[in-house]
Design a protein around this ligand. Structure first.
Ligand code: 13P
Length: 256
């Protein structure tokens, strides 16, 4: 039996930071986390594409991982404006996001496209972080369970289930209404959603569903990170706004 993976603190920089700004932040984070990051945690940075290579060089040899925010599920081809998983790996990435609510809702990505990306990214050797989460309207209508189960089932539909291991797949629960709003979900809502995700993972992956990490995302800040990280089935956090400043992200990464 494999041991449980470390708690993952991930910073999604979204469409922020020039290359120079990204390098400055990555260097400051490396220095700040060198001594303060607890042994049982790991940190993942998700800069925009244009800063990946420079950030990879900046964090080389440090306890920080690098990931891509997106890719197209093909090895190469005539896909104007897109980037292949192998190109992410070439730039130094070990991880990638899929199914983020901004891509589902603003870029109109379908569950089927998300499923293709999850499966292709895994095949290409990336550690995939599949994001799921309900809108406020879906929560108000009592559909949280259906939405989360549906997004998980569809998002993982094309994955070779036997080949999945906890060091290759992570789920992030990000309630859409909590992203960038300052409205963090209530403790009982986070616990209920993570419990539901855990049970679905245990059904889908009987060999390792109990060890696959489930991150919480949505207005995670230094003052709530410790309490969120202490909840049942919360195995890390996916941070947006607060990951863009060295002080706040360092405080979240070392929060107890
Ligand atoms: P905020 O932390 O800014 O709410 O963003 C969360 C998020 O979308 C991380 O992927």
């Amino acid at each position: 039996m494999s041991t449980a993976p470390k708690t993952l603190i991930a910073g999604n920089w979204k469409m922020y930071k020039t290359e120079a700004q990204a390098v400055e932040l990555a260097a400051a984070l490396s220095a700040g986390l060198r001594d303060s990051l607890p042994e049982d945690r790991e940190v993942l940075l998700l800069p925009p594409f244009t800063a990946l290579k420079a950030v990879a060089e900046t964090i080389r040899g440090q306890r920080l991982f690098l990931g891509g925010q997106n890719f197209y599920p093909s090895a190469e081809g005539a896909f104007t404006g897109e980037v292949a998983p192998f190109m992410l790996a070439d730039a130094g990435c070990t991880h990638a996001l899929v199914g983020h609510s901004e891509r589902r809702h603003i870029l109109k990505e379908s569950d089927r496209f998300i499923a293709q990306k999850t499966a292709f990214g895994l095949q290409a050797g990336l550690h995939m972080i599949l994001c799921v989460g309900e809108t406020l309207d879906q929560r108000t209508h009592g559909s949280v369970e259906n939405v989360l189960k549906g997004q998980l089932r569809l998002g993982l539909a094309e994955v070779n289930k036997d080949g999945v291991t906890p060091d290759r797949l992570t789920i992030a629960y990000e309630p859409v209404w909590a992203i960038g709003t300052g409205k963090v979900a209530q403790t009982e809502d986070i616990v209920a959603a993570h419990d539901l995700v855990r049970k679905t993972l245990e059904d889908s992956f009987p060999h390792c569903g109990d060890k696959i990490r489930i991150l919480y995302g949505g207005s995670v800040k230094p003052d709530n990170a410790g309490a969120i990280l202490a909840l049942d089935n919360v195995n890390g956090v996916l941070v947006g706004g607060a990951s863009l400043q060295v002080d706040s992200f360092t405080a979240i990464a070392s929060a107890v």
